[in-house]
Design a protein around this ligand. Structure first.
Ligand SMILES: [Zn+2]
Length: 225
C-alpha cells in the first residue's frame, strides 16, 4: 500500500468513526430545539439543593419518568474493592468514587465481603419492581431513590441478617466520612415514610453526611422538608 493510499484509508476511517458522533450531536440539537432544554433540576418535583448529591426523592418529591442521572458508570467495569451481585449495577461517577474509597478503607481494616446488590434503577425498571411486589414493599415508579444513581444496597454473605454483622457496624460508624448516610434508619420511618433498611446507603457528599450523622438527621430533616 502506498503512503497516499494509507493516508486515504486513514481519512476514511476517521470519517467513518466521526459520523455517529456528528449524527448524535445533530439529534440532540434537534431534540433540544424541539422540546426546550430541561435540566435534571427542573424535572419532576424532586427537590435538589446545593448540588446534585442532595437530590431528595420520596413519595412527595417524585422524579419524572425521563429523569436519568448524568455520568452513570457500570461498577463491573471500574476498579472495585467490593463484590457485585450482578454485572449490570450502575452508580453516578461521584457515588462510585466515594463508595470505592469507603470499601477500600474498610478492606484496609480487614472488613471484607461487602456485596453491592443494587444501584441505579430506571423509572421503567422500578415500575416492573413495583408491579411484582406485595403492597407496601416497593416504591412507586418515580418515588424510588434508586432512580438518582446516588445510592446502593449492600449486604454480606450471612445467615443472620446484614444488620447483625461487623461489616454493618463498620458502615454505620464510618460511612459518613465518605459522604454516605444510612438513608432509612429504624427510628425515622415516620419521617422518611420508609421502614428500616439497614442495607440502603445514600451518597450526599462528606459535609452533609457529617452533619447529618452528628445530629442524627434524615435527608428530609436536613433539607427541611
Ligand atoms: Zn435500596
Amino acid at each position: 500500500m502506498s503512503k497516499q493510499e494509507r493516508g486515504a484509508n486513514a481519512k476514511k476511517r476517521r470519517r467513518g468513526s466521526l459520523f455517529p458522533i456528528v449524527l448524535a450531536f445533530l439529534m440532540i440539537a434537534a431534540l433540544a430545539f424541539a422540546g426546550g432544554y430541561k435540566t435534571g433540576f427542573e424535572r419532576g418535583n424532586a427537590k435538589r439543593r446545593q448540588g446534585s448529591s442532595l437530590l431528595l426523592v420520596n413519595e412527595s418529591h417524585p422524579l419524572s419518568a425521563d429523569y436519568v442521572p448524568e455520568e452513570l458508570v457500570r461498577l463491573y467495569d471500574m476498579r472495585h474493592s467490593f463484590r457485585l451481585a450482578k454485572s449490570d449495577i450502575y452508580l453516578t461517577y461521584d457515588t462510585y468514587l466515594a463508595a470505592q474509597d469507603m470499601f477500600a478503607a474498610a478492606e484496609s481494616e480487614n472488613m471484607n465481603g461487602y456485596i453491592i446488590t443494587s444501584g441505579y434503577r430506571s423509572y421503567d425498571k422500578q415500575a416492573e419492581v413495583y408491579a411484582e411486589s406485595q403492597p407496601g414493599y416497593a416504591q412507586k415508579p418515580g418515588c424510588s431513590e434508586h432512580q438518582t444513581g446516588l445510592c446502593f444496597d449492600v449486604t454480606v454473605e450471612t445467615a443472620q441478617g446484614f444488620e447483625n454483622t461487623p461489616q454493618y457496624r463498620w458502615l454505620r460508624a464510618n460511612a459518613h466520612k465518605y459522604g454516605f448516610i444510612q438513608r432509612y434508619p429504624a427510628d425515622k420511618a415516620d419521617v422518611t415514610g420508609i421502614s428500616y433498611e439497614p442495607w440502603h446507603y445514600r451518597y450526599v457528599g462528606a459535609d452533609a453526611a457529617n452533619e447529618m450523622y452528628k445530629n442524627s438527621l434524615t435527608l428530609e430533616e436536613y433539607l427541611g422538608s
